[in-house]
Design a protein around this ligand. Sequence first.
Ligand code: HMG
Ligand code: MG
Length: 286
Amino acid sequence: MISLPNTVTIIEVGPRDGLQNEKNYVKTEHKLAYIRALQAAGITEMEVTSFVSPKWVPQMADANEIMARIDRLGKQFVLTPNERGMENAKTMGADHIAVFVGVSSTFNQKNINKTTAEAVEQLRAPIAELLNHNIFVRACISTAFYCPYEGKQGIDDVISLCREFVEMGVHELSVADTVGKASPLESYTLFSLLKKEFPDTLITAHFHDTEKMALANIFAALQAGVDRFDSSAGGLGGCPFAPGATGNVATERVVHMLHRMGIATGIDEDLLKEAVAVISPHVSIH
Ligand code: HMG
Ligand code: MG
């Protein structure tokens, strides 16, 4: 018997994950127009930018301006790897902060210049501080299936990294197939275990679509009880430090599949297509 939720929440990551790997600098005006069009389509949760080193990810150098100029509608996340970024984000009025650490230490060294253990330790005190200030904290767990450098990751390692963040008190885990290689069986297995282990934490699935199994992985995760999915309008995206990874699963494809199964998202498919049309002329990676 197939078990499906009545409603699903989409967390749009196009303005952050979608654009961070784009080699041509996208003007702030165009990013803002994309965000506005996504809001008009009914997106209520979105990663709008990231507070990272502009030397590492030049595309996100306008994070302050994005935060100063966006219409504050719904839950707007900013992504950051460290205390410095959290402080900058708070100064700009962010009240939903996403941190990120991979299961794979090799990936973390390439992405944030730290091992997994070092990355977790340096986040502990600043996350406690965010929680004290009633800021919503989402922990993004990268390379939860495969690492571009180390290959398949152990499920016990994934669960123990997630547990570190759950014990810190984060509100949400966004668990990622960074390189887009997971199979539906791997998706069902990991997300069933996550739902069982962490029943009081929001569990979100984040699929890249390199091997074109992201929709199948979402269908498998739905059956494991997941009702929150990250996706990127236009299928843009990828991590600059995960070679071989392509874009996130496209929001318009996820929403269409969900609607065809009678699952509500609150998103207007025609307006979503307009949001894709707003950003498409300014990106080269799709
Ligand atoms: P580092 O070079 O080891 O650190 O970089 P550092 O402390 O020596 O800092 C280097 C410079 O960056 C210094 O500036 C710092 O002040 C500055 P300088 O003195 O040279 O002028 N700096 C910052 N500037 C702005 N905001 C900050 C910040 N921190 C330091 N927050 C660091 C370490 C973590 C900073 C760097 O490696 C970095 O920024 N990495 C970010 C990589 C990234 O954004 N990757 C993509 C996001 S993760 C992802 O896409 C995966 C996800 O989608 C899920 C999935 O699919 O897996 C979430
Ligand atoms: Mg990603």
